[in-house]
Ligand binder design. Structure first.
Ligand SMILES: [Zn+2]
Ligand SMILES: [Zn+2]
Length: 338
């Protein structure tokens, strides 16, 4: 079968053997898999969290199953990381910090004709069946949307609050859509890319701010009676983005750290401001099965129309072209298909 593998740091389409199943494993034929910013970081050698396996947003059709309850022909989403649900972290509200969480993965990854879902994931509900009306492309949004669902739950976002999303990439835009589905009326967004901001405007943000043209903090304050937003969501890893969120949040507000900064990123910020203004910093990393289940429900019920975010679709053979377009920043969500 064909699969994208990293060869000396370069993504290369190679002929590799179809993974062999062990007891409890499931083999899935990939139909759609989103290209994530972290895939690009892995390709660029800048990813900081785990081993560089590419493709973690896959949906497809079960080809072979050694697990009771999942059968060939089932249309599914498969989650790449699944925690143990038994350790201290799992039992105390930090399942994505489970020592087993990042040890599990799809084999060889989601950018392959077929991938193996290990028994560990399968028996802990790491495979979700897609309702007939949910397309594979929509299924490929389950993982990224799940991380957004979990993050907004951690920051306890409420309908009456105002929000600034810093960064209008696909994750920032999923934050916009999820906030709107929660009933949040005032959702602002900032980004240096006019292309991305125009996309955000179509989703109905109340303000689309470009820091190269606006003073984002001043604009945000002007739109919130001088206070600043209740919640800043940082959907970018850049220190400027984090600072923009910190300066634009109201006294007593919350800053959600969501985009992963490059390793070694140092923030130039007067920490006394945090305490004097009672600003809470809350980070959120990845998602687990309650979140993927919720994400699928939101997509399935049409509460979040993820397909509006798809700007490009490429086949596996065009993977390098997809990476090139992603690096240029002239894309929102890129989906790789079979
Ligand atoms: Zn991702
Ligand atoms: Zn655990």
């Amino acid at each position: 079968m064909k699969a994208i593998v990293l060869e000396n740091g370069k993504p290369t389409l190679k002929e590799v053997p179809i993974p062999r199943l062990a007891e409890g494993d499931v083999l899935v034929k990939m139909k759609a898999c989103g290209l994530c910013g972290t895939d690009i970081e892995k390709i660029c050698g800048q990813y900081t969290a785990s081993q560089p396996i590419l493709g973690h947003e896959p949906a497809g059709v079960v080809e072979e199953s050694l697990f009771e309850g999942i059968r060939p022909g089932d249309r599914v989403f498969a989650h790449h990381h699944v925690p143990c649900y038994e350790c201290y972290y799992c039992k105390n509200g930090s399942p994505t910090m489970c020592p087993y969480y990042r040890k599990t993965n799809l084999d060889p990854g989601g950018f392959a004709e077929y991938f193996r879902v290990p028994a560990w994931n399968v028996k802990r509900e790491g495979i979700l069946k897609l309702p007939d009306h949910v397309t594979f492309e929509e299924g490929s949004f389950i993982e990224p949307l799940a991380t957004v669902v979990r993050a907004q739950r951690r920051v306890q976002l409420k309908a009456a609050e105002s929000v600034l999303v810093v960064g209008a990439g696909p994750m920032g835009l999923l934050h916009v859509l999820n906030a709107k589905s929660l009933g949040v009326g005032q959702v602002m967004i900032s980004d240096v890319s006019e292309y991305r901001l125009s996309f955000a405007e179509k989703l109905g943000v109340t303000a689309a701010l470009n820091p190269t043209r606006h003073n984002v903090t001043e604009e945000v304050k002007r739109l919130t009676d001088g206070r600043g937003v209740d919640v800043s969501i940082i959907a970018s890893g850049s220190p400027q983005a984090i600072l923009s969120g910190l300066y634009s949040v109201r006294r007593g507000g919350k800053v959600l750290l969501f985009g992963v900064p490059f390793k070694g990123t140092i923030l130039q910020y007067d920490v006394s401001e945090l305490l004097n203004n009672e600003i809470s910093l809350i980070s959120s990393n990845a998602a687990v099965e309650e979140d993927t289940t919720e994400a699928l429900r939101l997509i399935s019920e049409g509460r979040i129309r993820v397909k509006e975010l798809v700007s490009h679709v490429y086949g596996l053979e065009q993977f390098q072209e997809a990476v090139r377009v992603a690096k240029e920043g002239k894309a929102i969500k890129i989906v790789i298909t079979d």
